[in-house]
Write a protein that binds this ligand. Sequence first.
Ligand code: CP3
Length: 347
Amino acid sequence: MGMNDSPFLKACRGESVDRIPVWILRQAGRFLPQYREVRSRFPDFLEFVRNPQACAEVTCQPPALLGVDAAILFSDILTVLPPLGFDLAFREGEGPRISNPLRSGDGRNLTAFDPVQELSYVMDAVRACRQALPADLPLIGFAGAPWTVACYAVDGGGSKEFSRTRAWLYSDPTGFAKVLATLADTTADYLAAQAEAGCQVLQVFESWGGLLSPTDYRRMVIPAMERLLSRLREKTDLPVIVYCNGASTLMRELLVLDCQVLAFDWRIEMEDARAIAGSRPLQGNFDPCLLHASPDDIGRRVREVATQSVGGAWIANLGHGIQPDAPVAGLKALIDAVHEIDPRTLA
Ligand code: CP3
């Protein structure tokens, strides 16, 4: 079986599979003791991300330890901020901090950069991962969506509401749209560079999409997403997954996007997502906290969602990143339950 016949790539293309593919959002993370061991060698998170060998080491852990059907590059959606001109730091227990956030203008003062040059450490990490991974295991490259990256660049760090960013969207929609367009171009080039370096699938993380009303998302953000995807299409034909946290309210807006797979959080029933998306490949959408349930309950839930996904390809995943306190046994139960399903019995 070659790479192209892997269940994950087949599902991304909307083809039927013998085995349902599963991978886990943030699968290389602190819930794994083996990740924490590598992480402990780096006082600074950004130093870790800038070390291709260390990135390859933790990228390979989830496929080897958990049996997931894809690897996701170990990196971060905020890697684009320093070359754009932002001063980014990760402080222990505090998450990301940007000391010079962007609060006005039209993005003209953002530095245009070539990701192959300025983010060469990411491309080196892709090549190191590709070398270290089994030859038939797909590697996912990724980037943050323009709106989600703007949330950090404008608010200056993590937030529950990102109200400064949302305020700018209303106070100067024209200027803010230009910022999103600039981020869209940067992100397309960054993803194309990861494709060129050796990834098989690309995922765009719209982690804060759900903060906006459907109308604002449609008017302000969809044009930037379309710009990103069409620029990317000119450079690569790899499958693209758009993940949107908050898709329960935005599913209809997202349908217009020219991407192969739609991924979303657990607040929408798989059945409803399937009804809206038709036969489009879908990815998700278990509550990360489900992993604390008993193995039997996890198995039951997996079969429920699998049944609801019928009508198109399904890639099993969580609806948001796995949490540091997630029990590895619960995760193994979920992955095994997915793999135990015979897809032919679902239809
Ligand atoms: O999925 C994977 O295993 C690949 C690696 C990955 C990381 N971040 C590593 C990371 C991916 C895909 C991301 C994406 C990312 N980064 C998102 C979108 C996904 C989502 O969860 O919605 C966002 C919003 C970020 C920004 C970010 N990076 C924050 C807010 C934080 C701090 C939060 C925290 O848990 O401390 C990070 C740091 C970060 N990125 C960690 C990891 C494993 C934890 C840092 C550590 O190990 O000390």
